[in-house]
Design a protein around this ligand. Structure first.
Ligand code: ADP
Ligand code: MG
Length: 425
C-alpha cells in the first residue's frame, strides 16, 4: 500500500514512521518536504502545497490512502474532494471539520448537547462585542471564529486589552474573514489536557491523554507557540477525570449522531480542568502536534489498521503501552517571533538508538551530482522533536536531555523544564 500524507511537520513524520510498522505499507509520501525522510518515507516535493498539485501527484503516482494533517485542507473540503474522485482518504469532511474551523459552531454544538464549556456569547460586530464585555469580568477570552494558525485567541487582562483585541479583529481585520465573528468567553483557570480520539461510525475511541507545553520559556513564561514540549500520559489525569471525560464523550457521540455530521477521523478534545471539573476548551479535527509525537510511540495497536477501521466505520481496536513518553522540541532562537533558518544540524547520528527524533522543520540538502544527502539544515521555528519512551517520566526526561546535548545547530533553543516540576509521578 502506498500512502500520501498531506503536511510535513513532526506530526506527519511520526505518522509516517508508525505506518511503516505495518508490512502492508510500501511507501509513505510526504506531500512537500520533511528532512527526516529516509528509505520508504519519500518527499513528494509538491511545490504548491494545494489541492491542484495534490491532484496532479495522484494522477502520476499510485496512492491507496491519503492522510491529512493540517486543518486548513480539511476546512477547505479536501476529504470531500478526494472521496468524490474515489480515493480513500482519512479525515473529516468539510461539514464535520467545522467543529474546528468555526469556534462558534463548536460552542453551539457543546451548548446543545450540554457539554461543559466556558460560558460564552458570540458577536459579529464591534459595537455589540464592546457592549458584551459587561457580561464578563477580567481576564476575558476573545477568540476569532475561524482558523488563525493558533494566533486567534487573546486572553485580555483588562478593558484596554479587550478593546484592542476587538479593534484588531473587527476594524483592523487582522484575521480577515476568519475574524468576521468572535466568541467571547469566561476565563477558566487550571491545567490543560489533550485527548485525541478516533471517531468511527459515530463512536469515539479515545487515545491515552497528553499534556502540551505551549509557552516558549521555562516556567511557562513568554508567548504561546505551536507546542514546545509534551508528555503522555498527562501526569495530572485521574480516574475521576477519566469518568468525567467518558460522560463528555457520550454526549459528543450523541451530538455527532443527531447532527448527522458523518464525522470520520481524529477528534482532538482540548480540555481544561478547573477545581477538579473538566471543561472542553475547543475541538480540533486532526492529529495534534506535538501530541502525536508522544502518543504514537506508545501505541501498541497498529496505526494503519486503526485508520482503516475508522474509514470503514468499524470498532477501532486501540491499545497503548503502560509507559511514559516525553518530547522536548528544539526550536530556532526567537521563535515564535521572526527567526533565521538554514543552519546545519549535527549530531543526529549520535543519539541513542531508542531515542526518536521527529523532524518538525528541517530540510535535506541533496548533492545534485551524486543524489546523495549531504546535510540537514533548519527550516522552521520548531525544528526537531526529541522523544524518549521509558518506564517513568524521570527516566524519559533524563534520556531526552542527555541526547539533546549531542545535537547542535546555530541558534538552537529549547525549554529545560519539560517534565521537571511534576514530582508526584
Ligand atoms: N476559556 C478559557 N480560559 C482560559 N484559557 C483559555 C480559554 N480558552 C482558551 N484558552 C487558552 O488559549 C489557548 C488557545 O485556545 P484554543 O481555544 O485552544 O484556540 P486555538 O488552539 O485555536 O488557538 C488554550 O490552549 C488555552 O491555553
Ligand atoms: Mg488549541
Amino acid at each position: 500500500m502506498n500512502i500520501l500524507i498531506i503536511g510535513n511537520g513532526g506530526r506527519e513524520h511520526a505518522i509516517a514512521e508508525a505506518l511503516l510498522k505495518n508490512e502492508e505499507t510500501e511507501c509513505v509520501y510526504i506531500s512537500t518536504h520533511n528532512g527526516g525522510a529516509h528509505e520508504r518515507i519519500i518527499n513528494a516535493e509538491l511545490l504548491n502545497n494545494d489541492i491542484e498539485s495534490i491532484d496532479k501527484f495522484l494522477v502520476k503516482t499510485q496512492i491507496d490512502l491519503v492522510i491529512v494533517g493540517p486543518e486548513q485542507f480539511l476546512s477547505e473540503g479536501i476529504i470531500d474532494h478526494l472521496e468524490a474522485k474515489g480515493i480513500k482518504a482519512f479525515g473529516p469532511r468539510k461539514l464535520a471539520a467545522r467543529l474546528e474551523s468555526s469556534k462558534a459552531f463548536a460552542k453551539e454544538f457543546m451548548g446543545k448537547y450540554q457539554i461543559p464549556t466556558a460560558k460564552y456569547f458570540k458577536y459579529d460586530n464591534y459595537d455589540a462585542a464592546l457592549a458584551g464585555l459587561q457580561e464578563f469580568g477580567y481576564p476575558v477570552v476573545i477568540k476569532a471564529d475561524g482558523l488563525c494558525a493558533g494566533k486567534g485567541v487573546s486572553i485580555c487582562q483588562n478593558k484596554k486589552d479587550a478593546v484592542q483585541a476587538l479593534t484588531d479583529i473587527f476594524h483592523n481585520r487582522i484575521f480577515g474573514d476568519q475574524g468576521a465573528e468572535i466568541v467571547m468567553e469566561q476565563f477558566l483557570s487550571g491545567f490543560e489536557a489533550s485527548l485525541l480520539c478516533f471517531v468511527s461510525g459515530n463512536k469515539i475511541y479515545p487515545f491515552d491523554t497528553a499534556m502540551d507545553y505551549k509557552k516558549i520559556y521555562d516556567n511557562d513564561l513568554g508567548p504561546n507557540t505551536g507546542g514546545v514540549g509534551c508528555i503522555s500520559p498527562n501526569p495530572y489525569w485521574t480516574t475521576d477525570l477519566d469518568q468525567q471525560s467518558n460522560e463528555i464523550i457520550r454526549k459528543i457521540e450523541q451530538g455527532l449522531a443527531e447532527e448527522n455530521l458523518g464525522f470520520t477521523g481524529i477528534l482532538f478534545i482540548g480540555y481544561l480542568v478547573e477545581n477538579g471539573k473538566l471543561y472542553v476548551l475547543e475541538f480540533n479535527t486532526r492529529f495534534g502536534d506535538p501530541e502525536t509525537e508522544v502518543l504514537l510511540p506508545r501505541l501498541k495497536s497498529d496505526l494503519l489498521t486503526n485508520i482503516i477501521q475508522t474509514i470503514e466505520g468499524k470498532p477501532v481496536e486501540l491499545d497503548f503501552a503502560e509507559n511514559v513518553a516525553m518530547a522536548t522540541i528544539l526550536v530556532s532562537q526567537d521563535y515564535p517571533g521572526k527567526y533565521e533558518t538554514g543552519y546545519e544540524i549535527s549530531g543526529l547520528d549520535l543519539v541513542d538508538p531508542d531515542i526518536l527524533v521527529y523532524h518538525n522543520g528541517t530540510k535535506q540538502i541533496i548533492d545534485a551530482n551524486s543524489d546523495q544527502k549531504v546535510k540537514i539544515v533548519t527550516n522552521g521555528g520548531r525544528v526537531l522533536s526529541v522523544v524518549a519512551v521509558k518506564e517513568n517520566l524521570a527516566a524519559a526526561r533524563q534520556a531526552v536531555y542527555n541526547n539533546i546535548n549531542r545535537i547542535h545547530f546555530a541558534n538552537m533553543s529549547y525549554r529545560t523544564d519539560i517534565g521537571k516540576t511534576i514530582d508526584n509521578y
